[in-house]
Design a protein around this ligand. Structure first.
Ligand code: FAD
Length: 408
């Protein structure tokens, strides 16, 4: 492929969604991935007989056509997990996220700009304060008044799985692998360990990318570029450099993967924990997502600790052994494992820049790199804050390109 019709930057769900749609439409597409494997944040890791995702990853499937699309791609290896997300209330694990718990109802008064305003008008201020606020503030690291109403609205509308969810039997990474396979089978290319190191532009138009990998290392002309990697990082690749932009504060996640010497710790897939003294905010047990993900007689918990990537953050500053010990102690305090239960650290996965801190004062800084990239002719951004949403954003970007190519 000397000169692809379209270059896609990033092989997470959005880049793979774009690449698959483009390859199936007959375009010569090249997907570049900086990492050693495809999937972005949606990877499935394997260690000591356990398979586990980099954080619990529910595909929020909203319609039958998407379910059928997934099923076809997975060759039928898609099953229904009959457990919604759960949370801890009054010391007990109960069905439903904190956002699914229902209070007496708000006064329906006018909604304001913050998540606190929106949720209070729907569910009542006291209920929101006692039930929803602690968890949302723990994950986002800012007060509910600082979280924009749009974020809460989106969580309520698009990231709920109140009855359960569809999930690939081999983990979320198996879906990403199937998408990459689909691209190759349709004639496209996916190159891993091959980052784009510069995005060239001239006169407001994209002209090419620098590619630096073991199989391709050159400047490549390109008129259509799908940007399916974080906008801030991509903006830094502009050549000539774009206008300097304000920095964005990022949130970190440390995922502590602990093997517990037991058949199971719970019957739940994913449990939210609002107690601020507990290091983790969510715990997932892969065996309850797919039996294939856990070896016989052993189980594993993925404990997602949301924090700031700073040396003075009480969680982030702990070394791996310290963090594992802290999480094990929290499991005992929650009553999920016995004090004498044997456990073993499999690994700690640290994501120092997992997502931007969603505070209202940050919204302009978060939007700035995206706007600067979109202003260039030939760029197509594919942003998505959730797996299926990201795939759909990639498909939308692909549809725009296909339309333009057809018209030309
Ligand atoms: C702990 C955790 C739990 C989550 N849980 C859920 C969930 O339950 N449900 C859900 O729907 N979503 C969940 N998400 C969100 C979901 O992971 C993201 O929405 C999704 O991965 C975004 O896809 P993306 O393709 O836009 O970006 P990413 O997955 O971040 O992929 C971007 C890719 O671009 C690559 N890249 C970057 N720079 C370059 C470069 N210069 N050249 C080439 N490649 C480059 C990166 O290596 C990466 O592979 C979760 C996220 C986290 C962190």
């Amino acid at each position: 492929m000397e000169s692809p019709d379209v270059v896609v930057l990033g092989a997470g769900p959005s880049g793979l969604g774009a690449g698959l749609a483009l390859a199936r439409s007959g375009a010569a597409v090249l997907v570049l991935e900086a990492g050693a494997e495809v999937g972005g944040l949606c990877r499935t890791r394997r260690r000591d007989g356990h398979a586990y995702d980099v954080g619990g990853h529910i595909p929020f499937v909203e319609d039958e056509s998407r379910r059928a699309w997934l099923d076809d791609l997975m060759g039928g290896d898609l099953h229904w997990v009959d457990r919604p997300v759960s949370c801890v209330r009054d010391g007990r694990i109960v069905r439903g996220r904190y956002l699914d718990q229902r209070g007496p109802g708000g006064d329906g008064g006018p909604e304001g700009p913050s998540a606190a305003d929106l949720l209070s008008s729907r569910f009542g201020a006291d209920f929101v304060s006692s039930t929803m606020r602690p968890y949302l503030e723990k994950v986002d690291g800012v007060t509910l008044g600082e979280i924009p109403a749009e974020r809460a609205q989106k969580l309520l509308e698009t990231q709920a799985a109140p009855e359960g969810f569809w999930f690939p039997g081999g983990g979320i990474g198996s879906l990403m692998n199937a998408m990459a396979r689909g691209i190759r089978e349709s004639g496209g290319r996916v190159l891993t360990s091959t980052p784009a190191t510069a995005i060239h532009h001239s006169g407001g138009v994209v002209t090419g990318v620098d590619v630096d990998g073991p199989r391709e290392r050159r400047r490549m002309a390109c008129r259509n570029l799908v940007i399916a990697s974080p906008a801030g990082r991509s903006h830094r690749l502009l050549e000539p450099a774009g206008e300097p932009l304000p920095p964005v504060r990022m949130r970190a996640v440390a995922i502590v993967c602990l093997e517990i010497a037991a058949e199971a710790v719970s019957d739940e897939a994913w449990i939210q924990v609002d107690d601020p003294d507990v290091a983790f905010a969510r715990a997932f047990e892969p065996r309850n997502w797919s039996r294939r993900m856990a070896p016989e007689g052993r189980t594993m918990l993925g404990l997602e600790c949301y924090c700031n990537p700073a040396d003075d953050d009480p969680v982030w500053k702990l070394d791996d052994a310290g963090l594992a010990g802290r999480c094990a102690g929290d499991l005992v305090r929650l009553g999920w494992i016995a004090a004498e239960a044997r456990h073993r650290l499999i690994e700690v996965i640290r994501l120092p820049a997992a997502y931007p801190e969603f505070a209202r004062d940050q919204l302009p800084a978060i939007a700035a790199p995206r706007a600067a990239l979109e202003a260039l002719e030939g760029t197509h951004l594919a942003p998505g804050a959730a797996v299926i949403e990201a795939i759909a954003a990639g498909e939308d970007a692909a549809a725009g390109i296909t339309e333009q190519r057809t018209a030309a």
